[in-house]
Design a protein around this ligand. Structure first.
Ligand code: DER
Length: 227
C-alpha cells in the first residue's frame, strides 16, 4: 500500500530518537514492529545499546529475536522514552489505541515513560476521535455478555472481538475486548470516565495526555509534531 513507505519513514525517524543507555518502551502493532526492527539494525550498524520494555508478547518475541535486551516494567524505575503507534489521533493529541489488542499493557507502560512518542501515518489524524475506528474497551472475560449489556445501556453499539471463530479474543493478560462505537458526541475525557465506571471494564483505548510527540509519515516525507 502507498502508506508503506510513509509508515517506514515514520518508524525510522522515531527509531532515531533512541540514544545509547536509554530504557525504551516498545509498542505494539505493525508500525511498532518496523520500529523495533530498525532499532535492531541500529544496534548492529552503530553499536546502539539500550534496554527495551515490551508492551506485548508479540513485541517481546520480535525484540528478543533481534537480540534486544528486555526487562519487565517492574524491573526498571522509569522509561526514558516510549515508542508506539495509534489508531486515531485528534488535534489535542488525544488517541484511540487498541486495534492490536495490547492497550492495557501499552497504557501501563506509556504512563511510566518520561517522553511518549506516537508514530503514525497521516491517515490516523482525525478531527474527532471515533470517526474512523471503534473504541476498544478491555473487559473481564468473566460475565462478558453482562458487561456488554451494561455498555449498550450507556449507548454504545458493541461488538465482542473474536479470536478463532466463535471464541472471544483473549489479550496477553487473558481479558476480552469489546469494540464500542458511540453515536453521541461525548468529550473523550467524559466518555473515558463513564466507561471506567462500568463494572467489568478494566481499561479503555482512550489514551489522553499520553502523547508528547507525534512522528507522522506523509506521502512525501516525515514530520515531528510536539504536543
Ligand atoms: O493496537 C495498538 O494500540 C497499536 O499501537 C495500534 O494502535 C497501531 O497499530 P498499527 O501501527 O499497526 O496501525
Amino acid at each position: 500500500s502507498i502508506e508503506e513507505p510513509a509508515k517506514e519513514r515514520a518508524a525510522r525517524e522515531a527509531a532515531g530518537l533512541v540514544q545509547s543507555g536509554m530504557t525504551v518502551g516498545l509498542g505494539s502493532g505493525t508500525t511498532a514492529a518496523i520500529l523495533v526492527r530498525r532499532l535492531g539494525e541500529r544496534m548492529r550498524e552503530e553499536g546502539l545499546r539500550f534496554v527495551g520494555v515490551p508492551t506485548s508478547v508479540a513485541t517481546a518475541e520480535l525484540a528478543r529475536g533481534l537480540g534486544i535486551p528486555l526487562r519487565e516494567l517492574d524491573e526498571v524505575d522509569a522509561l526514558d522514552i516510549n515508542l508506539d503507534g495509534a489508531d486515531e489521533v485528534d488535534p489535542q493529541f488525544r488517541m484511540i489505541k487498541g486495534r492490536g489488542g495490547a492497550l492495557l499493557r501499552e497504557k501501563i507502560v506509556a504512563c511510566v515513560a518520561r517522553r511518549r512518542v506516537t508514530v503514525i501515518t497521516q491517515d490516523k489524524r482525525v478531527s474527532r476521535l471515533g470517526q474512523k475506528a471503534p473504541l476498544p474497551v478491555e473487559v473481564s472475560s468473566i460475565g462478558l455478555q453482562h458487561t456488554e449489556r451494561r455498555l449498550r445501556a450507556m449507548g454504545a453499539v458493541t461488538r465482542i472481538r473474536m479470536g478463532p471463530p466463535g471464541v472471544p479474543f483473549r489479550t496477553d493478560g487473558g481479558n476480552a475486548i469489546i469494540d464500542c462505537t458511540f453515536a453521541g458526541r461525548h468529550e473523550p475525557e467524559e466518555l473515558d470516565g463513564l466507561l471506567r465506571s462500568v463494572v467489568g471494564v478494566f481499561e479503555t483505548g482512550l489514551f489522553l495526555g499520553l502523547c508528547d510527540l507525534l512522528v507522522v509519515g506523509t506521502d512525501d516525507g516525515v514530520e515531528q509534531v510536539p504536543s
